[in-house]
Design a protein around this ligand. Structure first.
Ligand code: NAD
Ligand code: DAU
Length: 338
C-alpha cells in the first residue's frame, strides 16, 4: 500500500502514522502538511524521514503543488486529516477555516481523482450534527446542523466528499469521530491545555456552567477505526466513530485536578463559548456491525496515561509554548543535510 496522509504533523494524523507504520511495516507513507501553528514535525520525529515515510511541506489548497506530489508519490489511497481544527479560533476568524477545510478538500480530491487513487478517506467530525439535548445519539442519518464556523466548514467538506462519490463515482469514504484525547495534542484543546496550566500552578478556565458533554475516545482507538474504514469500508460510506464515553467538562476537569494533586479552588468559571454545543454522543452501531470496530482503551486508564505523557514530555509542550517548535523543520532538514 502506498498511502498519502495529509495533516499528519498534527495530533491525530501523527498518531495515525505512528500506528500504521507499526502495524503495517510494509506500507509506504507520504506525509503532506503545511506546518501551520498546529503542525509540529517533532510529533513525527521518531517515524518520518526514512524511505517508508517521506515528508512534504505543502498546502492542500495548492493545486499545482498537490499534482506534483501525486506524480512523484503515486499513492493508492489518501487520508485527509489536514484542517483548521480549533472551534474558538474559528469564532475569532472563520476565513482560514473556509479556505483550508473546504477549498483544500476540493483541491485535494481533484488531485486524487486525476491521479486515479483507489480510495479517499475524508476525516470529518461529529460536530457536523450540531448539538444534542439531554437524550439521544447521533446516527449517520441524523440531520447535519453545524453550529460553529469550524463545524460548518467541516460539514461542507463532508458533503463535498459525498458529491464527488455521487457525481464522479470517486471512491470517497467519510468518518465522523467524537473528541479525541492522547499524546501530541496541541495544548489549546481542553485536556492538554488544562494539564499544562495545572502543572504551572495556574487556574483552569471552564466555559459556562461546565455541564457540556463530549464523548471522549483515545486517539489509538480512532486510528484503529480509520484503518478499518480505509481497508474495508464501503465506497460512498459514512461511519460514525465514538468512545461510548460521555463526560461533562466538569468531570474531566475534576479528574485532571485530582491527577495533578490540586484542589477544586483552581477551577475558574469563565463566560461561555458563543454557540457552545451542549452535548455530543455517538451511535457507532454501523462501524461495529459492518467492520467489527469497537473502542478498546478504558477511559480512566487512557486519561491517566495521557496525563503522564504530558508530564513526562514537558520539553515537547514547552517548545510549543515558547514557539521553538516552529524551527523544528529547519533543524530537521539541516540535520539531514538537505
Ligand atoms: P490538528 O490541528 O492537531 O492538526 C491539523 C494538521 O493539519 C496540522 O498539522 C496542520 O499543520 C495541518 N494543516 C492545516 N492546514 C493545512 C493545509 N492548508 N495544508 C496542509 N496541512 C494543513 O488537528 P487534529 O485534532 O489532529 O485533527 C485532525 C483531523 O481530525 C481534522 O480534520 C479534524 O477536523 C478531525 N477531527 C478531530 C477531532 C479531535 O478531537 N481532535 C475529532 C474528530 C475529527
Ligand atoms: O467533537 C470533535 C471535535 O472535538 C473536533 O472536531 C475538533 O477539532 C476538536 O477541537 C474538538 O472540539 P471541542 O470544541 O469539543 O474541543 P475543545 O477541546 O476545544 O473543548 C472541549 C470542551 O471543553 C468544550 O465543551 C469547550 C470546553 N472548554 C474548552 C477549552 C479550550 C472549556 O471549558 N475551557 C477551555 O479552555
Amino acid at each position: 500500500m502506498k498511502l498519502l496522509v495529509t495533516g499528519a504533523a498534527g495530533f491525530i494524523g501523527s498518531n495515525f502514522v505512528r500506528y500504521a507504520m507499526k502495524v503495517h511495516p510494509d506500507w509506504e507513507i507520504a506525509v503532506v502538511d503545511k506546518l501551520t501553528y498546529a503542525g509540529n514535525l517533532a510529533n513525527l520525529e521518531d517515524v518520518a524521514g526514512g524511505p517508508k515515510c517521506r515528508f512534504h511541506r505543502a498546502d492542500i489548497c495548492d493545486a499545482e503543488g498537490m499534482d506534483r506530489i501525486f506524480s512523484s508519490e503515486r499513492p493508492d489511497a489518501v487520508i485527509n486529516f489536514a484542517a483548521e481544527t480549533h472551534v474558538d479560533r474559528s469564532i475569532d476568524d472563520p476565513s482560514l477555516f473556509l479556505k483550508t477545510n473546504i477549498v483544500g478538500t476540493q483541491t485535494l480530491m481533484d488531485a486524487s481523482r486525476k491521479a486515479g487513487v483507489d480510495r479517499y478517506l475524508q476525516i470529518s467530525t461529529d460536530e457536523v450534527y450540531g448539538s444534542l439535548g439531554a437524550t439521544g445519539l447521533f446516527t449517520e442519518e441524523s440531520p447535519l446542523k453545524p453550529n460553529s464556523p469550524y463545524a460548518a466548514s467541516k460539514t461542507s467538506a463532508d458533503l463535498l466528499a459525498r458529491a464527488y462519490f455521487k457525481t464522479y463515482g470517486f471512491p470517497t469514504l467519510v468518518t465522523r469521530c467524537s473528541n479525541n484525547y492522547g499524546p501530541y495534542q496541541f495544548p489549546e484543546k481542553l485536556i492538554p491545555f488544562f494539564v499544562t496550566l495545572l502543572h504551572e500552578g495556574k487556574q483552569v478556565p471552564v466555559y459556562g456552567d461546565g455541564m457540556n458533554v463530549r464523548d471522549w475516545i483515545h486517539v489509538d482507538d480512532h486510528s484503529r477505526a480509520v484503518e478499518a474504514v480505509l481497508l474495508r469500508g464501503r465506497p460512498g460510506g459514512i461511519y460514525n466513530i465514538g468512545g461510548g464515553n460521555e463526560r461533562t467538562n466538569i468531570e474531566i476537569t475534576k479528574f485532571l485536578i485530582e491527577a495533578m494533586g490540586k484542589d477544586a479552588s483552581v477551577m475558574k468559571f469563565v463566560p461561555d463559548r458563543p454557540g457552545h454545543d451542549r452535548r455530543y454522543a455517538i451511535d457507532d452501531t454501523r462501524i461495529r456491525a459492518e467492520l467489527g470496530v469497537v473502542p478498546q482503551v478504558p477511559f480512566q486508564e487512557g486519561l491517566a496515561a495521557t496525563v503522564r505523557w504530558y508530564l513526562d514530555n514537558e520539553s515537547w509542550w514547552q517548545a510549543v509554548r515558547s514557539g521553538d517548535y516552529l524551527n523544528f523543520y529547519d533543524r530537521w532538514y539541516s540535520k539531514a543535510g538537505r
